[in-house]
Write a protein of this length. Structure first.
Length: 177
């Protein structure tokens, strides 16, 4: 069982700019339109857990719903998902440790954790086993940070790092326990 983060950040550690926009993620030329390993990552996971803000951002994208795996949306403020998404995602509320335990018991062993606040809360609860972070060579100067203050130090080992498209650095970190 593993809880895995797969995300991109700016050089200064932001996952979205000050307007919650992520268009800067697509500024690197990708002539072969490679998914940069995303499909390989998705093949490893059984389901996604994302926060409300990330769900709303993904729902705002043009085109079809991008996930074929079950999506669980964490929110303290939503009472239900919009009608257009009730067959695409499920709303969950409660303690994240209990949520992960319940999902694991339901057969969802490898979970893709996405969204700034969600990732930060999983890190605070020491529930992240692996992080795959792709660094985009841009300084945003502000926005939504990937990391926040922790009460305890969490140590990770870098097990892989690769240069993609001659400008992105994709690094995989595994939690040392």
């Amino acid at each position: 069982m593993a809880n895995i983060v797969y995300i991109a950040t700016s050089l200064d550690g932001y996952i979205a700019d000050e307007n919650n926009a992520v268009d800067w993620l697509h500024e690197v030329d990708n002539p072969g339109n490679s998914d940069l390993g995303f499909s390989e990552h998705m093949a490893r996971v059984d389901a996604l857990i994302m926060g409300r803000n990330t769900f709303e951002l993904v729902a705002s994208f043009a085109g079809d719903w991008p996930y074929s795996k079950p999506v669980f949306v964490l929110s303290h403020s939503l009472e239900q998902l919009p009608a257009d998404y009730q067959d695409k995602a499920s709303l969950l509320q409660g303690d994240i440790k209990d949520i992960v335990t319940n999902l694991n018991h339901a057969g969802f062993k490898n979970l893709y954790i996405d969204g700034g606040v969600t990732i930060q809360n999983f890190l605070k609860a020491d529930l992240i086993d692996e992080m795959v972070i792709t660094t985009i060579p841009v300084l945003l100067g502000g926005g939504i940070p990937l990391f926040s203050r922790l009460t305890n130090k969490l140590k990770f080992s870098c097990v892989k790092s690769e240069l993609l498209l001659n400008s992105l650095v994709k690094s995989t970190f595994v939690r040392e326990r």
